[in-house]
Design a protein around this ligand. Structure first.
Ligand code: ADP
Ligand code: MG
Length: 182
């Protein structure tokens, strides 16, 4: 859609960033989009967890950062993203949980020369997100990441704001509209 033509011609990928707080429904909606529109879902939480589990030096560093409630540096995120994109045969990517801040976005743009075609922002109140995560006993993960969640409009991206405080199917109806229009 709005990809810079010079840059998109070099990678020929479709890239959608999916943003929203923990419990806003990113994983849930991404798996529906994956099935419905044939995208490859790259979850940053999962990528970083896999690295942490591997016991590598990076992994250990990331675990420490998580414990301290700090963000992983942009260059490491971008490297993880590049690796995951290269390993996939798909050319359509849903990137979930990235960017967390403007610097991440700039790093992806400058290092990988990628820009999202569009951005979905799953907008959900903190109260509703906490309720969902408590149902799943995931409240601690909320406490870890809530400080790093970006607010709508905080990142200078043109994003489609989706009201995510509705039943899963209703949210997906709105998501489908965005994908169908692009
Ligand atoms: P995220 O990836 O943004 O952290 P998830 O998709 O993992 O969020 O959803 C967190 C929890 O909330 C899960 O238990 C999920 O089933 C539930 N959930 C997701 N979307 C909705 C929704 N629209 N309404 C109610 N519960 C939801
Ligand atoms: Mg998730």
């Amino acid at each position: 859609m709005t990809v810079d033509s010079r840059e998109s011609s070099s990678n020929q990928c479709t890239i959608v960033y999916v943003l929203g707080g923990p419990g806003s429904g990113k994983s849930t909606q991404c798996s529906l989009i994956e099935k419905h529109f044939g995208f490859c879902h790259l979850s940053f939480g999962d990528l970083l967890q896999a690295e942490a589990d591997s016991g590598s030096d990076y992994g250990k560093m990331m675990q420490d950062l998580k414990k301290e409630g700090k963000l992983v540096p942009s260059d490491i995120l971008v490297e993880a993203l590049e690796k995951a994109m290269q390993e996939s045969k798909n050319k359509k990517f849903l990137i979930d949980g990235f960017p967390r801040k403007q610097e991440n976005l700039d790093a992806a743009e400058h290092i990988l020369k990628i820009k999202p075609d569009f951005v979905l922002f799953l907008d959900c109140s903190e109260e509703e997100m906490i309720k969902r995560l408590l149902n799943r006993n995931q409240y601690t993960s909320f406490v870890y990441v809530v400080r790093s969640v970006i607010e709508p409009g905080q990142v200078l991206l043109d994003s489609s704001l989706i009201n995510a405080a509705r039943p899963i199917e209703k949210v997906f109806d709105a998501v489908k509209d965005v994908f169908s229009m692009s």
